[in-house]
Write a new protein. Structure first.
Ligand code: SF4
Lengths: 557, 100
C-alpha cells in the first residue's frame, strides 16, 4: 500500500504546525472568526449544530489496520467513542473541542492521514471503487491513479481558490461502484486496442441542480490524464460562475455552455498544457503502482467454508448478501455492514473499529476499505477464513446480512448534526430499517437502495437512490419528498418525484406502500425494484401513495 | 399596523467547546435556554445581538432565534432550535446528557 514519502510527511507536519498556531491565535483573540473560518475549513474543521466536527479524508477509501486502530484511538481520546463514515470516503468526528483538534491532526499524521482539502473550494478527497484491487470485474486497480491525482491536486497553487468545491471519482471496473456520473469529474478506466486509458465524464453532481455527468472524452490515453484534468479544471476555473454560489459548480458551467463548447475549450487548453508534462508524472505513477502491488494470494482449500455454508443458515445468509466475487481464486470480498437494524448508518464504535482492524490484520492482508455506501470492506479474505471472520463480526454487532437490501440505507447526518440541514435523516433510516426487520420481508424484497438526505445538498445521494428521500422544512415542520427510479451505477439516472411530500410520521408507512406496490407488481422474485419501476413507470407507485385527488392516502393498510 | 415582534434569544456556539450557548440578562452565557434573556423589543434585540457579536473570543456565529413564551420560560419556536437545545436524536449526547 502507498506510504507517505518524505515530502508528504513533511508537508502534513508543516500544515499541522501552522494550524496549531492558527488555533492558538484564534483562542487568544488575535484572529477573528472571519479570518479563522477559511483556515479551519482548509483543515477539515466545521462548526455544526452541537459542536465542532472534524472531517478526515480516507483517500480512495483505503485503510491499513494501524490506521483504523488510530481512528479508534482518536474517537476514544478526543471524541465520544465513535466515528461516522460518510458517502465520500471520509470519517467525521462529531464532538471535538477546538483546542484538541491540533492534537487529533498530529495523531492522524502518525498514521499518514490528514483532514486537508476535505472542505472548501478545492479539489476534494478523490474517491474510488471500494472493491479496487480486488474486484473480479476490474480492468486495473484505480487507486494508483487516484493517489497520483491526490498528489497533483493537494495544495496545487492554481486550484486553491476555485469557484466551488470539486470532486473526482475513479473506477477501474465496468460496473460502476464509485458513482462516477455524479461527480465533477468521473474517470472510468477503459482499454482501446489494448491500450489503457480513461473515459472522462464531466459535469455530474447532485445537490440543488442534479445532473448526470456527460462524456467529454471517450478515450484518453493514460499518460495524458494529468494535463487533461488540469485543462478541465482551469477552463472551469475561468468560466465558472463566481457570482452565484448555486451556479458555480462545473455541472452548471457544462449545462450553460454545452458539452461541445466545453470540450473544445478543454482540448485547446490541453494542447497548450500537454508539452509541460514530460513524463515525470508517469514515473511517479509507476512508483505509486509498485506500492499498490497486490498481496500474495495463497492457494489453499476452502473446505471450512463449504461446511459452514451448508450447515449454518446465518452464515449462509451473510455470505449471500455481504460477500462478493474476488479476482483471485479462493478469495472473496467481504462487506461489513454498518447498518445494523436501528443503528445510525455509517457509525462505528471504537471497539468495532478495532475488531475490524484485527480481522484485516489476521485474515485480510491488513487491508480495509470504506465504501461510499457507508460500509466497511475486507477486500482480500480467503474463503476458508470467512467462517472465522463472520463469527468475530457477529460477536460485535457487525454481521448484519443486509448489503444492498432495503435496510442498507445511505443517510447523511441531517439535522441531528448538520448546520445546513432542513430535516433529520438518521431517525428516518433507523425507522425504515427497523420496520422491515419487524416485517421480516427484507430478503424477499431483495435489492433496493434507499438513500436519504437532510437537505438539497444531497450528501445522502437521494437523487440516485432507487427510493430517494429528501428532508425539507415545510412551514416549520419536517417534510419528506420521495423520488423513485434513481440509479447510482453505470446506468446512472436521477429519480423522479412522486408528488407531495410526507410528514415524519407518514414517511415510513409511505415507503411501505411503495414496497407493497412493488411486491404486488413484480413479474417474478428476480425482478428487482428498479426493474419493475423501469417497466411500469411511476403509475402503480403513485396510486399506492396518493388518492384520486392527489392527496397522500391515509395509512389504512 | 406593524406585525407583532416574535420574541427572540441571542444564541450561537461557544468558541472553545463548540456547543450551543445563549446570552443571559447579566451578560453571561448559559447552556440552558430557560436561563436565556428573552428579547421582546426589536431594537433592543438588535443591540443585544451586536453586543454578542462583539465578543468573538467567546461566541461564534451569534444570531437571534425565535422563541415562544411558555409558563416555564422560552421554548424554541422552530424544530431546529429544539434540536440545538437538546442534542441529536440518535444518541443521548450533547445537552440532554449534560442535563441528566
Ligand atoms: S445533505 Fe444537507 S443535511 Fe445532509 S449532510 Fe449534506 S448538507 Fe447536511
Amino acid at each position: 500500500m502507498y506510504r507517505y514519502d518524505d515530502f508528504d510527511a513533511a508537508f502534513v507536519a508543516e500544515r499541522n504546525a501552522q494550524f496549531r498556531q492558527q488555533v492558538a491565535r484564534r483562542i487568544d483573540g488575535s484572529l477573528t472568526e472571519d479570518e479563522f473560518k477559511p483556515l479551519r475549513l482548509m483543515n477539515g474543521l466545521y462548526l455544526q449544530l452541537h459542536a465542532y466536527m472534524l472531517r478526515v479524508a480516507i483517500p480512495y477509501g483505503t485503510l491499513r489496520s494501524a490506521q483504523m486502530r488510530q481512528l479508534a484511538y482518536i474517537a476514544e481520546r478526543w471524541d465520544k467513542g465513535y466515528g461516522h463514515f460518510t458517502t465520500r470516503q471520509n470519517i467525521q468526528y462529531n464532538w471535538p473541542t477546538l483546542a484538541d483538534v491540533p492534537d487529533m491532526l498530529d495523531a492522524l499524521a502518525e498514521v499518514e492521514m490528514h483532514a486537508i482539502q476535505t472542505s472548501g473550494n478545492t479539489i476534494r478527497n478523490v474517491t474510488a471503487d471500494h472493491f479496487a484491487g480486488a474486484a473480479a470485474d476490474e480492468i486495473a486497480d484505480p487507486r494508483p491513479v487516484a493517489e497520483m491525482i491526490r498528489q497533483w491536486s493537494t495544495d496545487h497553487p492554481e486550484f486553491q481558490f476555485l469557484p466551488r468545491k470539486f470532486k473526482i471519482a475513479i473506477t477501474g471496473s465496468p460496473n460502476d461502484r464509485a458513482v462516477t456520473k455524479a461527480h465533477d469529474i468521473g474517470l472510468r478506466m477503459v482499454e482501446q486496442d489494448g491500450q489503457p486509458g480513461f473515459e472522462v465524464i464531466v459535469g455530474g453532481g447532485l445537490g440543488r441542480t442534479p445532473m448526470i455527468g456527460k462524456v467529454i472524452r471517450d478515450f484518453l490515453p493514460r499518460e495524458d490524464l494529468l494535463p487533461y484534468l488540469e485543462a478541465i479544471v482551469s477552463v472551469w476555473n475561468l468560466l465558472g460562475r463566481r457570482d452565484n454560489k448555486f451556479k458555480a459548480r462545473i455541472k452548471i458551467t457544462v449545462h450553460e455552455h454545452g458539452i461541445d463548447a466545453i470540450r473544445e475549450l478543454v482540448e485547446a487548453r490541453f494542447n497548450e498544457l500537454r508539452p509541460a508534462f514530460t513524463g515525470e508524472d508517469q514515473e511517479i505513477l509507476a512508483q505509486i503502482e509498485a506500492a499498490f502491488a497486490p498481496p500474495i494470494f495463497e492457494d489453499r482449500p476452502a473446505d471450512t467454508f463449504d461446511a459452514a455454508y451448508h450447515t449454518d443458515p446465518v452464515f449462509r445468509a451473510w455470505v449471500d448478501s455481504n460477500v462478493s466475487e474476488h479476482r483471485a481464486p479462493g478469495y472473496a470480498i467481504a462487506q461489513i455492514s454498518l447498518k445494523a437494524h436501528g443503528a445510525t448508518p455509517g457509525d462505528a464504535s471504537a471497539e468495532q473499529m478495532r475488531v475490524m482492524a484485527d480481522l484485516a490484520e489476521r485474515y485480510g492482508h491488513d487491508q480495509l476499505r470504506i465504501s461510499h455506501e457507508q460500509n466497511v470492506v475486507l477486500p482480500h479474505v480467503h474463503r476458508a477464513d470467512l467462517p472465522a471472520v463472520h463469527a468475530a463480526l457477529k460477536a460485535h454487532g457487525l454481521a448484519t446480512a443486509n448489503i444492498g437490501k432495503i435496510s442498507d440505507i445511505i443517510a447523511c447526518p441531517g439535522m441531528d448534526y448538520c448546520a445546513l440541514a432542513t430535516a433529520r435523516s438518521i431517525p428516518i433510516a433507523q425507522q425504515i430499517a427497523t420496520r422491515f426487520e419487524d416485517l421480516k420481508t427484507e430478503h424477499e424484497i431483495g435489492d433496493l437502495k434507499i438513500k436519504i438526505s437532510g437537505c438539497i445538498n444531497a450528501c445522502g445521494h437521494h437523487h440516485v437512490g432507487h427510493i430517494g428521500i429528501l428532508g425539507l422544512d415545510r412551514a416549520g415542520v419536517e417534510n419528506y419528498q420521495i423520488t423513485l427510479g434513481g440509479d447510482h451505477t453505470e446506468t446512472a439516472a436521477l429519480g423522479q418525484r412522486t408528488g407531495p411530500g410526507f410528514s415524519a410520521d407518514e414517511i415510513v408507512p409511505a415507503i411501505e406502500r411503495i414496497v407493497d406496490a412493488y411486491l404486488d407488481n413484480r413479474e417474478s422474485d428476480d425482478e428487482r425494484f428498479i426493474d419493475t419501476f423501469r417497466r411500469l413507470g411511476m403509475e402503480p407507485f403513485k396510486h399506492a401513495l396518493y388518492d384520486e385527488t392527489g392527496k397522500a392516502r391515509a395509512d389504512a393498510a | 399596523m406593524a406585525r407583532p415582534f416574535t420574541p427572540k434569544v441571542v444564541t450561537g456556539n461557544a468558541l472553545l467547546e463548540g456547543d450551543v450557548i445563549y446570552l443571559t440578562e447579566d451578560d453571561t452565557w448559559t447552556r440552558d435556554l430557560s436561563q436565556a434573556e428573552v428579547l421582546t423589543d426589536e431594537a433592543h434585540a438588535q443591540v443585544r445581538l451586536l453586543e454578542a457579536q462583539g465578543r468573538p473570543s467567546e461566541i461564534v456565529g451569534a444570531y437571534l432565534a425565535d422563541v415562544r413564551l411558555d409558563d416555564d420560560g422560552p421554548e424554541p419556536a422552530h424544530f431546529r432550535e429544539a434540536f440545538r437545545r437538546t442534542g441529536p436524536s440518535n444518541y443521548f449526547h450533547g445537552k440532554q446528557a449534560e442535563r441528566a
